[in-house]
Design a protein around this ligand. Structure first.
Ligand SMILES: [Zn+2]
Length: 373
């Protein structure tokens, strides 16, 4: 999602802002400022734009609170959270894995809209308490009440990737017992909700009153939902394939093997690690006993390559993270992702049977093997 600015951690969760959010910030400040200008014609332009800016910052904090609630519940349910990113259409909590039970998914999803409702209530009470003489306070609290209520309502639309879509998925999953079935229904619903928003937004743009800006925005958000739902659908279908195939169907079983006494500077080493190859096998006493990776070589200063044999930098087979050839590919993918591994080794005793990296999985999917029903 392009570049992001890190804002540090809140409750231990890294927070970042995508550059696209800056556009959203300017846009919302502009929209709110114009609205305040109409409602309070007596405001100076400093007050008008200042209050709009403050409201937008509080809006940003409201979205952050919404996302934090997802992340905190996820962490409590045992799902690691990589971080929260705010971008032009809102925020995303990046969970390291999907929920393993429908109830977990339901709780992680529903707490977001709930916290937006609570925030809306808080701003509503503040709005009622604000002295009538303070226009600014009345305006800010009312705007934030409306924004948070809209956030809650929008997020509860029953289509993936919205929270409502996750709730729908957890329900179908809970009833049918099939995560994949739940995902299919929720992703299709997400395409439907997004499609309706695109259609509604375009109609508003051409037929609606005032400047049609909201229509264009709605169509854009709808388009974003359609594409997110579609990519989730594809991703989950791939995962489904990963569940029905075994590691032995996907692992690499051939590689370049070179003797351990060969020096890193040797042209055969450079040749073995060229192109897509990012490791080579090392033969010691005529048997593969370890591998040398491109990354491992990069750690040795190039000036020393002429005096360093492969055996000195190899990762020995017993130190490589392993997986069983009979396990579902899905488990391999999950370990590569959560443990941030480059590759897994498949061994039988001390014999190297195969190697599986993320790139191998990607190539397998692209070759279309994963597309069999
Ligand atoms: Zn949410």
């Amino acid at each position: 999602m392009g570049g992001s600015i890190n804002l540090g951690r809140v409750l231990g969760i890294p927070i970042s802002i995508n550059y696209s959010w800056i556009l959203a910030f300017l846009l919302f400040t502009y929209l709110l400022g114009s609205q305040f200008g109409e409602t309070y014609p007596r405001w100076s332009s400093l007050q008008q734009w200042g209050i709009a800016g403050i409201t937008t910052v509080l809006f940003f904090l409201s979205v952050l609170a919404h996302e934090l609630s997802h992340s905190v519940v996820a962490v409590r349910m045992g799902i690691p959270v990589r971080g929260i990113t705010l971008f032009i259409f809102g925020g995303v909590s990046q969970l390291a894995q999907e929920a393993r039970r429908p109830l977990t998914e339901f709780l992680v999803a529903v707490v977001g809209p709930l916290s937006s409702v609570v925030l809306a209530l808080v701003f509503f009470v503040l709005h009622k308490l604000a002295p009538a003489t303070s226009d600014s306070l009345v305006a800010v609290t009312f705007a934030l009440f409306s924004i948070n209520i809209s956030l809650a309502a929008f997020n509860m639309l029953p289509g993936f990737p919205l929270d409502g879509g996750r709730v729908l998925r957890s329900a179908v999953w809970g009833v049918t017992g099939s995560y994949w079935r739940g995902t299919q229904v929720a992703a299709r619903a997400g395409q439907g909700v997004g499609g309706l928003m695109v259609a509604g937004g375009v109609a508003w743009l051409f037929l609606g009153p005032d400047n049609g800006f909201q229509g264009a925005w709605m169509a854009l958000v709808g388009w974003f939902l359609v594409s997110a739902a579609t990519s989730t659908y594809r991703q989950e279908r791939a995962r489904e394939q990963f569940k029905s195939h075994r590691v032995s169907d996907v692992m690499r079983t051939s590689w370049q093997a070179l003797p351990g006494e060969m020096l890193l500077s040797s042209p055969q080493v450079a040749q073995a690690l060229s192109g897509l190859e990012d490791f080579l096998a090392v033969l010691v006493d005529g048997r593969v006993q370890g591998i040398v990776t491109r990354r491992g070589m990069a750690r040795i200063p190039q000036a020393d390559w002429g005096a360093t044999p492969l055996s000195q930098v190899m990762l020995s087979l017993s130190d490589l993270p392993r997986i069983d050839a009979e396990e579902p590919v899905f488990n391999a993918l999950e370990r590569l992702e959560t443990e941030k591994l480059d590759r897994l080794a498949i061994l039988q005793g001390d014999l190297l049977l195969g190697i599986l990296s993320r790139a191998d999985l990607q190539r397998w999917l692209e070759r279309g093997r994963g597309n069999q029903p």
